[in-house]
Write a protein that binds this ligand. Structure first.
Ligand code: EPU
Length: 422
């Protein structure tokens, strides 16, 4: 099994190109199921999660061709011949549940395995089910599968989500594009990936207003056509690489980055004493002399501080001057990186959804284990500033969400390599 070895020390300098967003691509791909005509995505990230979604869509009868080394995905769903998303694929990735809304809307029925537990929390599907039922779907849970049908077709309705879930918003918006009449989705999620999905659906002929606000209105149409769409920049990959110079020192320019994608995160970097400048190419991040300042962080839905950057931010705060409190409000079990960071000399006390980080002068390299995608990269970031070698095992988690991670870090001078350890 592969591991990553990071040798700490040394400032970073250079540019890192930021890829298209994994979480946008994972919702744009199932949008192909809504139309008989081709949907082409450009700026797709090259990740194992994208391969898993390709496998899932192919199992439903869609054609997915990966072009230009994976940066372009040409899809067509003119011949859907299966409406069951099997457990074998769904268990690998929760985002598989995003085929439910589109299949139900296009075919009038869908059977989708429940994703099951996941390392960062229970992550149930109740919000997706309630919203689709409001549109007239009948959904039953049998043998671990959601059996959904809409015999007379879906019908537009007004529905308020109890929580602004990203996935439930995406599934409902996609389903509503082909429903009869108007759907008003209240307390909708406002994440940039949802705005990107709506822009693509609009190119396909959908009539949608209000994306990026908490009320999205969808006027159903009879059919959707084809489109070509460029996937938005990955704000989580962006934030992750912005933290590299913040932790190790130096200056790194993240190409393609824009402040509006990471506003709340940039405010925290500013409070820590990290400088971020926006220019035409992207975001230039530098660490000024001296220790960074401690800050408190609360994860929230967009436009708040993203949960997907909490682990990486914790890695930064481990060596801050003072005590920081991080509160995780989106997932109930997302501090699994804390004990690994403690192995590297960090002082962190976790109580439920609160982690108190007492800054230390220096971390020390240690063997650590990646537990999920964002936790894995936080350990690499911590390793950049640690004394000696940090060996991160179980790095297959990283391949789900960070393309060419070793190349990107080493391109700005980090000492990092991927090895096969027995
Ligand atoms: N939730 C429910 N019921 C539901 C749906 C969600 O209780 O029916 C709860 C979840 O258990 C969780 C919270 O609501 O506690 C947030 O879940 P949400 O539905 O918003 O998240 P998601 O759609 O499952 C996406 C991203 C995650 C990201 C979250 C929050 C994709 C493919 N995944 O997940 O990304 O953390 O939004 O921003 O878009 C990652 O990339 O590392 C990752 C985990």
């Amino acid at each position: 099994m592969d591991s990553i070895i990071v040798t700490g020390g040394g400032e970073l300098d250079g540019q890192i190109p930021i890829a298209g967003a994994k979480n946008a691509c994972l919702t744009l791909m199932p949008a192909t199921l809504l139309s008989e005509e081709p949907l082409t995505l450009t700026n797709a990230p090259r990740l194992s999660d994208i391969k898993t979604m390709t496998e899932l869509l192919s199992s439903l009868g869609a054609e997915v061709s990966s072009l230009q080394g994976g940066k372009v995905l040409a899809m067509s769903s003119h011949n859907l011949n299966n409406h069951t998303a099997h457990y074998d694929i769904v268990r690998k990735m929760r985002a598989s549940n995003l085929v439910l809304g589109p299949m139900l809307a296009r075919l009038g029925h869908a059977i989708v395995s429940l994703p099951g537990g996941c390392a960062i929390g229970a992550r149930p599907m109740d919000l997706h089910i309630d919203a689709l039922e409001a549109l007239g779907a009948e959904i039953e849970l049998k043998d671990g599968y959601l059996h959904a049908q809409a015999p007379g077709g879906l019908k537009g309705a007004t529905h308020e989500l109890r929580f602004a879930s990203v996935g439930a918003t995406e599934n409902t918006v996609m389903a509503a594009t082909l429903a009869k009449g108007t759907t008003v989705l209240k307390n909708a999620a406002r994440e940039p990936e949802i705005v990107d999905l709506v822009r693509c659906l609009r190119k396909m002929g959908a009539q949608i207003d209000g994306e990026g606000t908490s009320t999205i209105t969808i006027q159903g149409v009879d059919r959707l056509g084809g489109a070509t769409h460029q996937v938005v920049t990955d704000r989580i990959e962006l934030g992750t690489y912005m933290l590299a110079p913040a932790i190790a020192g130096g200056t790194v320019e993240c190409l393609g980055g824009r402040i509006e994608l990471v506003q709340a995160f940039c405010e925290k970097l500013d409070q820590c004493g990290i400088s971020v400048e926006e220019n035409e190419a992207g975001l230039k991040v530098s660490r000024k002399n001296g220790r960074i300042r401690a800050v408190d962080v609360v994860t929230e839905v967009f436009p708040g501080f993203p949960t997907d950057l909490q682990a990486q931010m914790m890695a930064l705060l481990c060596t801050a001057d003072g005590t920081s409190v991080l509160e995780e409000k989106i997932f109930e079990n997302r501090f699994m990186h804390a004990p690994e960071l403690v192995r590297m000399g960090a002082e962190i006390d976790v109580q439920g959804g609160l982690a108190t980080v007492h800054g230390v002068d220096r971390l020390k390299g240690a063997p650590v284990m990646a537990t999920d995608l964002r936790a894995s990269v936080s350990l690499i970031l911590a390793g950049l500033a640690a004394e000696g070698e940090t060996i991160v095992s179980r790095v297959y988690h990283l391949d789900r969400g960070y393309e060419q991670v070793v190349r990107k870090f080493s391109g700005v001078g980090a000492k990092i390599e991927r090895v096969q350890l027995k």
